[in-house]
Design a protein. Structure first.
Length: 444
């Protein structure tokens, strides 16, 4: 039997008496959550123990000390990583093996190394960025907080554009980069973006690599962290950005990153960089002074564990079985409490690790405070914006992967109550002014 959500009157259309009654009802529900002594955490997109358990066979691998080429993986060398692993990721990422560098356990480290080398030595097709008086990056928002903090740590200014359902606002990006040579690059999570779950369209990707830029060495740092992290059978295919860039005459513009951090062990996976042949040689030339080679033992155990690119795809089906019910629980809780009230919108991603929740303008900080008081830890309001400052104070990133399913259900019921209570309080305080400006009042 299909359940039907009862029709609700939007809060902004209710009388003062009705709003007062609603607040009393929500406060009672909130007090009940406070009385349960909860200690639940929805702050970071970490794999759960059940997901990590899926990769425990790694602990018995590798079964040999030599790779397919007969090289002893225990020794120095092989700066670009094992050939077998590069071939596996090349197939998964729609690139050629010679375009792949297999590194250590963290793609974030490879991103940081790339950014530092761009600053100190300049890209293969340009001068050191640090010679410029001002350096700016395009940052789609909401976005990945660690991208933003990395830029901030080097004094790089961030110019925000909206992240839409089919990728960032390319019209805005084209306008910005066409006339401002200080804008030297941009971040993007192209597939199941953090936190919006957006998937960039082929058309938008093609425009990004073809667009004229005032900076002659403009770079796209293409963080394909969730390329294989599908939540439904409708699996998004990542855009072949390197081929698009080459066809557009800008082969050195994109540099791609990916890893198995949310596939095998979060702290002991393998990461890869993929780029043009010239960019690969540029990267290897600079990291040779920091490393004599990656952890090839760990790379070999991953090669044995997966066996092939199809082995990775098969493994991710097991992750989906664990994660999909948790994301469904988030949507069920938000829909049950908030649908029809006109006070919130949220994403229903088909992949990735997050749900992006927008509440009434000016209410996100209050929601996070209320949740903390009820024993539910949320990512700080504004975390998905540069310097942690959401100009509208409305966005909250939800990360349901780590808790158990029942904990997700409990936590999200509490979060929904906090959203409803904060919204009602805000409407009473403002006379309902902000509600009219709040677009898309249901789950997106």
């Amino acid at each position: 039997m299909t359940s039907v959500t009862p029709q609700k009157t939007p809060l902004a259309e209710r009388s003062p008496a009705e709003l007062a009654a609603f607040i009393e009802e929500q406060r009672a529900a909130y007090d009940a959550f406070q009385g349960r002594g909860l200690k639940l955490d929805l702050t970071r997109g970490k794999p759960s123990s059940a997901q990590l358990d899926l990769a425990d066979r790694l602990l018995q691998l590798p079964t040999t000390v030599k790779d397919a080429d007969g090289v002893d993986v225990r020794n120095y060398g092989g700066l670009n990583g094992l050939r077998q692993l590069r071939e596996m990721f090349a197939e998964l990422l729609w690139v050629e093996p010679e375009q792949v560098v297999a590194g250590g356990n963290s793609s974030l480290t490879m991103m940081h190394d790339t950014l530092v080398q761009l600053l100190l030595h300049g890209p293969v097709d340009g001068q050191p960025w640090s010679r410029q008086d001002t350096i700016r990056f395009i940052c789609p928002v909401p976005g990945y907080d660690r991208h933003f903090t990395m830029l901030a740590s080097y004094g790089i200014e961030m110019v925000t554009v909206d992240m839409l359902e089919d990728g960032p606002d390319v019209d805005a990006i084209e306008s910005l980069v066409a006339s401002d040579p200080s804008i030297v690059g941009m971040w993007i999570v192209p597939t199941y973006a953090n936190p919006a779950g957006s998937v960039i369209s082929h058309e938008k990707a093609a425009r990004l690599v073809a667009m004229p830029t005032a900076a002659p060495d403009f770079k796209i740092l293409w963080d394909n962290a969730y390329a294989f992290h599908h939540l439904t059978e409708d699996e998004a295919k990542s855009v072949d950005i390197l081929s698009l860039a080459s066809a557009a005459g800008h082969p050195e513009r994109p540099i791609m990153f990916a890893s198995t951090s949310k596939i095998t062990y979060a702290g002991a996976g393998v990461a890869v960089l993929a780029a043009s042949a010239a960019n690969v040689q540029w990267y290897l030339k600079h990291i040779q002074f920091a490393s004599i080679g990656p952890d090839k033992v760990n790379q070999l155990r991953h090669v044995e564990f997966f066996g092939s690119a199809q082995g990775v795809r098969d493994h991710m089906l097991k992750h989906r079985a664990i994660l999909a019910p948790k994301f469904a629980a988030v949507d069920e809780a938000l829909t049950s409490t908030l649908a029809g009230l006109g006070v919130a919108s949220w994403t229903r991603p088909t992949g990735g690790y997050f749900v992006s929740l927008d509440v009434l303008d000016g209410c996100a900080t209050r929601v996070v405070q209320l949740a903390k008081g009820a024993g539910i830890a949320l990512t700080p309001a504004g975390a998905s914006f540069p310097h942690g400052k959401d100009p509208r104070d409305r966005n909250i990133r939800l990360a349901p992967s780590f808790p158990e399913l029942e904990e997700v259900r409990t936590a999200m019921a509490g979060v929904a109550t906090c959203v409803a209570l904060a919204a009602a309080e805000h409407l009473v305080a403002t006379g309902g002014e902000s509600a009219a400006a709040h677009g898309n009042p249901e789950g997106a």
